[in-house]
Every structure is written in C-alpha cells, then in structure tokens.
Design a protein around this ligand. Sequence first.
Ligand SMILES: Nc1nc2c(c(=O)[nH]1)N[C@H]1C(S)=C(S)[C@@H](COP(=O)(O)O)O[C@H]1N2
Ligand SMILES: [Mo]
Length: 565
Amino acid sequence: MTDEAKRTRDSRDRPRAAGPLAGAVAGFAALTTAELASVAVRPQAGPVVAVGGAVIDRTPAAVKEWAIRNFGTDDKLVLRIGILIALALCAAFLGMAAPRFPRAAAAGVVAFGAVGAAAALGRPAADSPLDALPSLVGGISGAAVVLLLAGRLATRAPADGAPEGAEVTAGTEVTAGTEVTAGTEVAAGTESSDSGPPEARTGWDRRGFVLATSAVAAVSAGAGALGRVLNTASGSGAVASRDRLALPAPASPAPPVPPGTALRVPGVAPFITPNASFYRVDTALVVPKVDVATWRLRLRGEGVRRPVTLSFDDLLRRDAVERDITLTCVSNEVGGPYAGNARWLGVPLRELLAECGVEPPSRGGPADQLVARSVDGMTIGTPVEDVMDGRDALLAFGMNGEPLPFAHGFPVRMVVPGLYGYVSACKWIKDIELTTFDSYDPYWAERGWARRAPIRTQSRIDTPKPFARPAAGTVMVAGVAWAQHRGIDRVEVRVDDGPWRTARLASEDSRDTWRQWSVPWQATRGSHTLTVRATDRTGRVQTDRRTRPRPDGAAGRHSVVVTVD
Ligand SMILES: Nc1nc2c(c(=O)[nH]1)N[C@H]1C(S)=C(S)[C@@H](COP(=O)(O)O)O[C@H]1N2
Ligand SMILES: [Mo]
C-alpha cells in the first residue's frame, strides 16, 4: 500500500461531512421516534408541533403581523420549515462534536428533547403530563444514536510497529490495486478493516459507520412512516363521523338571497366564498380532529343558573337556523384577503344561554364576557351583550351546506355577526364560561389585541389588480365592501384626486353580509391611483386614516395603482 492510500484511511482524512451526517441521522431518528411516540398521546404533542406552537404563543404581535403579511396562510409552513432547518443545523453541530465529546453531544440531544417536552407541557391544550413523552422518547433515542455513531467515528490508533503489509493482506473484499488507484473514500469504505487482526486496525471504522448510519436511517424512516400512518388513522374516527353526519333541515332557513347579489364582474370575490377557498386563520399547526360521538360542550360560569353539558345530538335536537354571515379577521390589512362569506347552519347561542338562566349585563347579568375554549386550548372572549342582543350569534356546525370542514372548526364553532373572528368565532369549541372582562383576558387580549373589537367598515378593490396594465377605454373597477351588522349604504371610487363617484351596489343579502360593488371607468393612458371608500348604514364614512391591524383592526382606504396602456 502506498503512503497516499494509507493516509486516506487515517482518521484525519475522515470525510468532514461524517460528523454532521451522524448528527443529522441522530436528529432524524429523534424526530421520527418522537412522531411514533406521539401516536400514544396525540399528534399535537410531537416536538416540532409543540415547539412551533410555543413559538406561535410567544411571537411578539409585530412579528406575527409581519409573518402574516409576508407569508399569509403559509406562515405555518414557513415556521415548520424554519424549525426543521434550525434543528438540522444544531444536529449537524452536535454531530461534529460527537467523535471527541460523545457524551456531551448525546446530552445535547437529550437537552433538545427536554426543550420539546417543556414546550409540549406548556401548550394551553396540554392536559396530561403524557404530552412530554414524544419529545423525551425522541431525545433519548437521538442520544443513543449519537453514542452509537460516535463509536464508529472514533479514531483507532494504529498499533505500533504493525507491518504495513498486514493491512493490505487484511483487505479481503477489495484488492489492494483497486484501492490504490481509486485512492478514494469509496474504495476504502468497501474494505473491511474489521476483519483484520486488531493490532492492524487503523483510521476510522468507515464500514461500520456506513452500515450503522444506513441502518439507523432506515429504521427511523420506518418509525416515522408508521407514526404518520397511525396518527392519520387516529383521526379516522373523526373523519368517518363527519362523513356520516347528516345536517338537519333548518327550522329557520336563511332568507332567500335576493337576485343581484352577484354583479358578475370577472375578478371580484364571489358572493358566497366556497369552503375550499375560505380563508383560514388560527394557531393550530395540526388541525384538531374531533369525533362527533365524543364531542361535548360545557356551559357554565357566573350567572349561569343551570349549567349544562351538551352532546352533538343534544345540539341537533334544538331548532337550527341558517344564516349568511361574512367573517373577517382582525389581522386583515386594508385590501387584504382575510374575509369570507358563508351560509352557516347552527343553533342560536342566545336561546341556549337564556335557557341556562343567563341574563345580559343590560338586564342585570353579572357576566359581561363569554369565554369560549377550544379543544386546542384557544380562548376567545365575546361580549355577552352582543351575543344576546338579538343578532344571529350561532353555535355553527354547517358551512355552505356541508358539515364544518375540520380546518374551520368541526364539529362546532361560534359565529357572531359584526365581530372580528378573534373575539367571536372560536373553532373546535368545547367549553363556554361566563365571566367578566375585568377578571379574565383570553389569548389575544393577553397579546396586545383589543378586548372588544367590532368589525370596521371596509371596502376592497378586487379588480383591476395592483400594477395591472389595462388598455385605455372602459375598465370595470369592482370589489366588495363590508360593515357586518350595520350594513353597507354606499361605496364610492375616485381616480387620482378626482371627485368621488358612487359605485353600483349589488343587492343586499343581509346587513351581516358583504356587498359587491362596481363602477365603469373611462381609463386614459398613464399611471392612475384608484381609491375606494364605503359608508355604512349608521352614516359613518370609512376613514382615510390608515392604521395597522393591531389592536382592533386596520383602518384606512384601499388604493390600487394601475398603468393604462
Ligand atoms: N380554536 C381557534 N379558533 C379560532 C382561532 C384560533 O386560532 N383557534 N382563530 C380565530 C380567528 S383570529 C379568526 S379570524 C377565525 C377564522 O376562522 P376561519 O379560519 O374559519 O376563517 O377563527 C377564530 N377562531
Ligand atoms: Mo382573526
């Protein structure tokens, strides 16, 4: 064997990537075994979801607004990918340290597991110490892999005076010739140094490392795949219960939609938003899958003279009402996409509360805040007065003729016309507590958002799109406007600093729904700014003072700049 070939087998020439690779494989093993262990608890208890949830809970509002602005509904995907990248980097670093400091590296992996466990236990929905299990299992199995691979990475000092030739003769599987000409790691890797006499061993255990790494990777992939399959299967009862669900006919159907609610201008949001394109805003990295058969809703708290716990069948036995209601998110920027209009089916919350003996504050009731809790630990606070003032506040289970989609709160959510979703529209609801604004801050109030938040009067230009290049001539400017529970009275558009022109308004379905509007524009060449403003039925004109969404919804007018060719 030449000196050069000999050197390739020396530890100093162990490929630089081996350590990081070992770390990455250990990290992979940790995450996949954690996934498998989460089957025994719940999918949400897995480390990435738990840490992601903890990050969401702690993200400063300004960062959250930035994330929503830049990533929209993909923000959760971006967060997950970010966590995985961070973990991969840490794992690679620990892997680099592993050959020299195997125990420290293993302890590092366990520490990551502990962080995951702490995050899982700290989630608001964690109601069992078992939530820590997946991360702990992951940390321990990852640490075991680190120790295993560190052993394979470690250098074995050549025995003093071992004859050079011993090694060559030891090379049983590969001829010395190929090894020398290849002079590469591949050739060395196929050679079995283990089969040589111990005193002849030198360099690192390439073959052992490759075998161990592949075996761990394969077993981990299997564990992860199995965990995925079982976690999906654990939600299959809920999926089946949704598939089987036959929605009741409403005792009070939605009033027929008058003709003319849709203006048929291409590019305008449809009057009814299909479920598949309805915006989704929530903190759930894994959508809760609740089986109707096990679902319960508890109603209790201050001034609740007769607390109740309802099953889904109990809800179905009540008279259902059907209403068209436009839902809007407080995080929506002026001109943003987080508004949608659906036909909801559910039971009136007011009647249920009244049956339980609840009085609104205006009639002397002690509770002014209704706090809804979801199965994933969200808390949403709604004024009791608004829920009981006669508006169609619903415990909804149907959306556009279907059971609620899982992402939109199956089996039951709240919908209250006129209030932003974060103070009214609790999805996956399981508990209602009557309390006061003074004594309890729900999730978003704790994070700097307003405790009470009626929806602001808003209008949006859907077409033309920003920076569109329409041809000169007649251009249809159109969009939607909303002022839920007050109703839209007028929409006006202006071009540049010109006069406000009244737009044609589509028919009003109800004052809880948005309205399309359109106005034909004789577009002239050049760059133009189109601006819209709405006036609600209380006579209030949409303000031109721009504000950010926080704390109680974005104000200001939507403008679009276009260049007419
Ligand atoms: N359980 C739960 N309910 C929730 C939320 C949430 O994060 N968790 N987000 C609220 C917010 S901020 C809004 S705007 C609406 C959005 O409902 P959607 O996703 O069905 O459009 O749900 C509300 N209900
Ligand atoms: Mo929201």
